[in-house]
Design a protein around this ligand. Structure first.
Ligand SMILES: NC(=O)c1ccc[n+]([C@@H]2O[C@H](COP(=O)([O-])OP(=O)(O)OC[C@H]3O[C@@H](n4cnc5c(N)ncnc54)[C@H](OP(=O)(O)O)[C@@H]3O)[C@@H](O)[C@H]2O)c1
Length: 333
């Protein structure tokens, strides 16, 4: 049946300005790293993307290598655009990235202009798009001058193949250099995509300060610690979990008895707040409005529905934050 978007899709989602740009992002965005590949059931991937859009998730995050196999998540998303979402293109912020391994030889990964320019062309072809909204350098390249990598991002914008540019997993120092070069080129840095959740707080060691000072937005990836910060592992390792499937980089050592005991205590605090652990973990990432958006993954429609309800209660009392802090410092991650 032809898809028609929910008419109420903008009524419950909240949107935040991305740094000092003109663009707003939903507080919860959807990433297509896992469960949208060629090995996955297309109908489930499609159902998740459409349900997210129906709930006001206007931002879908991809990368050249998402799958498996690499490239296939962009193909899946291209199919969904063609069958359902094409007429809503102007309501969507679609991002892709290049940085990790995509094809053999010296030009298939990292941060050269050669690789980034070719990769974006491939991504556009796979998704059937003329342009993406955000094109990212997926990781810093220790061997390519940052001027070259930023020059390639600037080139993508000048070619009309990207509207904005972003960087992911750059340190505060690398970010400062990238910012300076992009400023010189006249293409502002819209967004940084860092790894950030309750159990991994590197973003707070200087990077967030740089981003805020420079008016750059941030979108936290793996805000649920790949599923660890939900109730899913509290009673063992479910068969259909990312850990059981050995997907992503979640480790069995992370579900040790001691960690699970700590996660149960977090789960109790979430219950007192009237939330699930996943909802509290997302509210925590977004606390105080310093991070623009939490970039979730999902394997089922109901996870997306549950996670978006985090927005019903984003505030924490000082006491709750202290209790959470005391617990998370005990977790070995
Ligand atoms: N820039 C980068 O280098 C980088 C790296 C990694 C990810 N990312 C981006 O970040 C996005 C999100 O990463 P992620 O998938 O690791 O994020 P995440 O939100 O931390 O974890 C998502 C996983 O947690 C489980 N889950 C989600 N909601 C749940 C719920 N309510 N109850 C129980 N389990 C739930 C699902 O796993 P199950 O399969 O176990 O159900 C789901 O696939 C990616 O898609 C990608 O766009 C970027």
């Amino acid at each position: 049946m032809a898809y028609r978007a929910n008419e109420e899709r903008y009524q419950s989602m909240k949107y935040a300005r991305c740094g000092r740009s003109g663009v707003k992002l939903p507080l919860i965005s959807l990433g297509l790293w896992n469960n949208f590949g060629g090995i996955d059931t297309h109908e489930n991937s499609r159902a998740m993307v459409l349900r997210a859009f129906d709930l006001g998730v206007t931002h879908m995050d991809l990368a050249n290598n998402y799958g498996p196999p690499p490239g296939s998540a962009e193909e899946t998303f291209g199919r969904i655009l063609k069958s359902d979402l094409g007429s809503y293109r102007d309501e969507l912020i679609i991002s892709t990235k290049a940085g990790y391994h995509m094809w053999p030889g010296p030009y298939g990964e990292w941060g050269s202009r050669k690789y980034l320019v070719a990769s974006l062309d491939q991504s556009l072809k796979r998704m059937g798009l003329d342009y993406v909204d955000i094109f990212y350098s997926h990781r810093p390249d220790p061997d390519t001058p940052i001027e070259e990598t930023m020059g390639a991002l600037d080139h993508a914008v000048r070619q009309g193949k990207a509207l904005y540019v972003g960087i992911s997993s750059y340190s505060p120092e690398q970010t400062t250099k990238a910012l300076a070069e992009l400023k010189r080129l006249g293409t502002p840095l819209l967004i940084h995509q860092p790894y950030y959740h309750m159990l991994s707080r590197g973003l707070e060691d200087g990077l967030l300060d740089v981003l805020e000072a420079e008016g750059v937005g941030s979108i936290a990836f793996c805000p649920l610690g790949q599923g660890l910060l939900t109730d899913k592992y509290l009673g063992g390792i479910p068969q259909d979990s990312r850990l059981a499937k050995k997907a992503g980089f979640i480790q069995e050592s992370q579900v040790s008895e001691a960690n699970i005991a700590a996660l149960r205590k977090l789960n109790d605090i979430a219950s007192e707040r009237g939330q699930s652990l996943a909802q509290m973990a997302l509210a925590w990432v977004l606390r105080g409005g310093r991070v623009t958006s939490a970039l979730i993954g999902a394997s089922k429609v109901r996870q997306i529905e549950e996670n978006i309800k985090a927005l019903d209660k984003l505030e924490f009392t000082a006491e709750e934050l202290k209790r959470v802090q005391d617990i998370i410092t005990t977790v070995k991650f």
